[in-house]
Ligand binder design. Structure first.
Ligand SMILES: *Cc1c(COP(=O)(O)O)cnc(C)c1O
Length: 385
C-alpha cells in the first residue's frame, strides 16, 4: 500500500507536470513574474468557471478577506458576525481592521453558522456577516441573504474551503459558492481544493463599483499610477502561481468528484457504526450524491461520541494514518479573541464539536486499499474502546 498522506499533492502534479513545467519555464524566460499575462488569463478563466463578473487575484485567502472588508468601507466599531467554529483567519482580519468580531455558534450536523444564533447576535451596530463554507459545504445562504437584506448588512462569503461547491436554493435554483454574497474570498493555499504551489487568493464580486475599489486596494490604493486615493495594501498573485492554477482549474470539478467519491466510500464503511456520526450533506442532497457539487469535501470530518478522540487520533498516527482535528479550540475561547460579552451557554455546539471532531485523510489520490485500511483501523479502535 502507498503511504497514506493527509493531502497528496505529488500525485496531482504528475498528471499536469508537462503543462506546469513548460509554462513556469516560459515565465522565467519572459521574466514576467508579477501581474503578467498568466495572472490575467487565470482571472478570466475563474470568472468563467464561477459565472461571476469580477475575480480579483491577491496574495492569499487571509488578505482576500481583509481586502473585501476594506472594500466595503467597514469602519472601526462596526460589528461583523461570523462562526465560532472556523479557521482563525476569518476572525483575525475583522480584529485587525478594528472592527468588532461577534462570534456565534454553529449547527451540529453541517458545522456551519447557526441561523437562529446569527439572528440573535444582530444589533444596530452590525454591518456584515461572514459565513464560512466550512469543510466544503455551503452555509445556509438563502436564509443569510434574507437576514442581510432585512437588516441592510453586507455578506462576505469565506469560500476558502468551498471552491467549486454548488449551492441549491429552496426553489431548485443553483449558484456556485462565492457568487451569492456581496463579495467572497478564497484561498489557493496548496492544500485547498484548488491549490497553487505557494500562497495565493482571490476576491469575487458581481458589483462593478466594489470590484473597482478592490482593484485599487490590492495595489497600494492606486487607481492612477502614483496617485494614492485610499490606504491600500500590496497583495498580488504571482505569475508562477497563476500558471499552476490555470493548469488545475479545468480539473477542479474532477478533483472535487474524486473527493466526493472518497467521502462516499468512507460513509459506506462507517454507516451504522455506533459512536460515529458521518458528515451530513444538506442543500437538498441526501448522503453523498454523485451528480452535483453540493459538498466538495475540503475535509472529511467525523464526530465520535463516547470515544477518546485524542486516543483515536494517536492510534491512527501510530498506524501510519495521518488525521487532523479541525478545530480543537473554539475561537471565542482563544486568548486573542476572548470577549467579556460572550456567554459559554451560547456556544454549546462548538464547545461539543471541538471534543468530537476528527478529520480523515482527504485528497484526490486516495485509493480503495488506503480507504479500506483507514476505515478498518478506525472501526477496530472504536470496537475495542
Ligand atoms: C485557509 C483558510 C483561510 C486563509 O487562507 P490563506 O490563503 O491561508 O491565508 C481563511 N479562511 C478559511 C476558512 C480557511 O480555511
Amino acid at each position: 500500500m502507498k503511504k497514506i498522506q493527509m493531502v497528496d499533492l505529488k500525485g496531482q502534479y504528475a498528471a499536469i507536470k508537462e503543462t506546469v513545467d513548460t509554462t513556469i519555464q516560459e515565465i522565467i524566460d519572459n521574466a514576467s513574474f508579477v501581474n503578467g499575462p498568466k495572472v490575467h488569463e487565470f482571472q478570466k478563466n475563474l470568472e468563467d468557471y464561477l459565472g461571476v463578473k469580477h475575480v480579483i487575484p491577491c496574495a492569499n485567502g487571509t488578505d482576500a478577506l481583509q481586502i473585501a472588508m476594506m472594500g466595503l468601507g467597514l469602519e472601526q466599531g462596526d460589528e461583523v458576525i461570523t462562526a465560532d467554529f472556523t479557521f482563525a483567519a476569518t476572525v483575525e482580519v475583522i480584529a485587525l481592521l478594528k472592527l468588532t468580531p461577534v462570534l456565534v455558534d454553529v449547527n451540529p450536523d453541517d458545522f456551519n453558522i447557526d441561523i437562529e444564533a446569527l439572528k440573535k447576535a444582530i444589533t444596530p451596530k452590525t454591518k456584515a456577516i461572514v459565513p464560512v463554507h466550512l469543510f466544503g459545504q455551503c452555509a445556509n445562504m438563502e436564509a443569510i441573504m434574507e437576514i442581510a437584506k432585512e437588516h441592510n448588512l453586507y455578506v462576505i462569503e469565506d469560500n476558502a474551503q468551498g471552491i467549486g461547491a454548488t449551492y441549491t436554493y429552496s426553489d431548485g435554483k443553483k449558484a456556485k459558492s462565492g457568487t451569492i454574497g456581496h463579495v467572497a474570498s478564497t484561498s489557493f493555499f496548496p492544500s485547498k481544493n484548488l491549490g497553487c504551489y505557494g500562497d495565493g487568493g482571490a476576491i469575487f464580486t458581481n458589483d462593478d463599483d466594489l470590484a473597482h475599489i478592490i482593484r485599487g486596494i490590492v495595489n497600494h490604493g492606486m487607481y492612477k499610477r502614483y496617485h494614492h486615493d485610499v490606504v491600500g495594501v500590496n497583495s498580488r498573485l504571482d505569475s508562477i502561481q497563476a500558471a499552476v492554477l490555470n493548469a488545475k482549474l479545468p480539473l477542479l470539478d474532477s478533483y472535487n468528484k474524486a473527493r466526493r467519491e472518497a467521502a462516499r466510500k468512507y460513509n459506506e464503511a462507517f454507516k451504522g457504526v455506533q459512536k460515529i456520526t458521518i458528515p451530513k450533506t444538506i442543500n437538498g442532497c441526501e448522503g453523498v450524491c454523485d451528480t452535483c457539487d453540493c459538498h466538495v469535501f475540503h475535509q472529511y470530518t467525523l464526530k465520535v461520541k463516547n470515544v477518546d478522540r485524542d486516543a483515536l487520533a494517536k492510534h491512527l498516527n501510530d498506524n501510519g494514518i495521518p488525521c487532523g482535528v479541525y478545530y480543537p479550540i473554539p475561537l471565542h475561547a482563544q486568548k486573542a479573541y476572548k470577549d467579556a460579552r460572550y456567554n459559554e451557554a451560547d456556544f454549546t455546539i462548538t464547545n461539543q464539536l471541538v471534543k468530537e471532531v476528527i478529520s480523515l485523510p482527504m485528497h484526490t489520490e486516495l485509493d480503495d486499499q488506503q480507504i479500506n485500511f483507514i476505515t478498518k483501523t478506525v472501526k477496530e479502535f472504536i470496537a475495542n474502546n
